[in-house]
Design a protein around this ligand. Structure first.
Ligand code: LAC
Length: 231
């Protein structure tokens, strides 16, 4: 029997690991500096996307990613040759999938869920990363915020995902490790599942959703025990 909920997955941090890109810097920088660059890069990439959306402006996520890398390097006073920077940016389309992604997605498909992606990534970034990580075949729809030119957590991408899947927002469940994304989805009327991979702290402007899991492979059991989730 098909599930009554479509599961909509965030990509960066949820299906693939943006912080793991640090290992591609380790030949060039000491490991602690490589880890700092990766962490600040990711933080600034999201920060830029939030501020663009607050200003009602749009530059795509590839642009945010480049600007954020420049910022991380400048902040830490690290220099890379232009060719090194280009090869690092190219690596962003080849991030490692988390090991729980394939087993979880394949189990969820077997249970009859419609699976989709909703990400800040551009369509080109998403096609590339989902192909490289071999996750593409699991998804019915790949939805980029580019289609509405506003980044999550604006309500526009979440409502757009519901429209693309032809379902009311309350029949979509966003699965994300990013707690700002969970708050955004719920405030647009979706349900949510937070993948708390590292025992992290939830953003203070909201509370955890009815499903909190430590690994994507815990999702089927969590769905079964959630009131209102009728498989
Ligand atoms: C994404 C960012 C939020 O994939 O990680 O949309």
């Amino acid at each position: 029997m098909p599930s009554n909920e479509a599961l909509v997955f965030d990509v960066y941090g949820t299906l693939v690991d943006p912080i793991g890109i640090a290992r591609h810097l380790e030949g060039r920088l000491p490991p602690a500096d490589a880890a700092d660059v990766a962490r600040i890069w990711r933080h600034k990439q999201l920060d830029i996307s939030f501020r663009l959306t607050a200003m009602g402006r749009y530059e795509d996520f590839a642009w945010c990613t480049r600007k954020a890398l420049d910022h991380a390097l400048a902040l830490l006073d690290k220099k890379l040759e232009p060719s090194e920077k280009e090869s690092l940016i190219a690596r962003y389309n080849d991030l490692e999938p988390f090991p729980d992604a394939v087993p979880a997605l394949s189990g969820l498909l077997d249970r009859g869920h419609v699976l989709a992606v909703l990400s800040n990534g551009t369509p080109a970034m998403l096609e590339a990363i989902l192909d490289a990580s071999r996750l593409r075949p699991y998804f019915t729809e790949i939805i980029s915020v580019d289609e509405v030119r506003a980044f999550k957590p604006s309500p526009l991408p979440y409502r757009h995902a519901a429209m693309r899947l032809n379902l009311p927002p309350s029949r979509l469940r966003l699965v994300s490790s990013n707690s700002f994304d969970i708050i955004g989805a719920e405030s647009a009327g979706l349900r949510a599942a937070w993948v708390d991979r590292s025992g992290g702290v939830f953003e203070p402007d909201g509370g955890p959703p009815d499903i909190v899991i430590r690994s994507l492979t815990d999702l089927p059991a969590a769905l079964d025990s959630t009131p209102g989730h009728d498989r």
